[in-house]
Write a protein that binds this ligand. Sequence first.
Ligand code: PEP
Ligand code: MN
Length: 341
Amino acid sequence: MLVIMSKEAGEGEIEGVLAKLTALDLHGHLSRGMERTVIGVIGQTYPELRDTLELLPGVEDVIPISRPYKLSSREFQPEDSLVKVGSLTIGGNEVVVIAGPCATETEEQVMSTARAVKAAGAHIFRGGAFKPSTSPYQFRGLGKEGLRMLAQARKETGLPIITEVLAPSDVDVVAQYADILQIGTRNMQNFVLLEEAGNSQKPVMLKRGMSATIQEWLLSAEYILARGNRKVILCERGIRTFETYTRNTMDISAIPIVEKVSHLPLIADPSHGTGKWYLVAPLALAAVAAGADGLMIEVHPNPDQALKDGAQSLTFDNFARLMQQVAPVVAAVGRKLAGTL
Ligand code: PEP
Ligand code: MN
């Protein structure tokens, strides 16, 4: 349920609505837009609540929200959410590119990749230190040592860092190093982790569960938003289908759907979305054309020797080529690549 305050409503009246909600064992989530102040009602609502709230001073209207997700919906906030990371703004007119290896492996691998993606025009550096693995026998990352390498890469290149946090107990340590916390596909419904990431107040990039509907994905975002953390970025990374030519099916249609129903920014990850390096560029271009606010691309100095996700990783040259190809598509949809004139 949304409480729309009238344009003339003062602070006292806004406070009055919030206090009433608290007295009813509910919680009010305040959003001050350019046009109007809206209070999202969080908790178990019921039809008669509408009448109670409509009577309060300063209330213009009370609207039941038709969708089960609330804070992430366009009904709650019509304007796009802008997530600031250093000097970058994600979710506005600029398109941002995140690039780096799937996993941090060695200092040399991390540093050379950071330098190469920066030279090619990437804006944010990625690398997994804590790696989720389908098999316990695969490489599972360097842990804290990997975080230190990422910090070193940021120091040298100036690029902000995004890295995955796997466990609720790791949120603090990852947040000390990362500029953006990544929550992976396998953890999209790890609700304790979502809440901890919300509590950290760091920007959080939430990847779509490989078998999750868009509604389930947005409900997961809701867990982070409900902790008072508005800095949520969604990431479409492909979903499971019957197709076997690709690792996942990159759901391009999710991009304009999310744009329509949610104000949250969306990054597209065609590396995991396809699993094949030669499909990364075409799907990256398609994602930008469909309205993605950014791309996340896996890059490795020697993909054939990568400890993880080599088959979908771009060489330095291929990544530089992709950046050249993306620029005209970004311009064609009336946007610009971050950091360009
Ligand atoms: C990754 O970004 O390297 C990763 C593990 O992604 P996902 O959670 O989408 O599989
Ligand atoms: Mn990967």
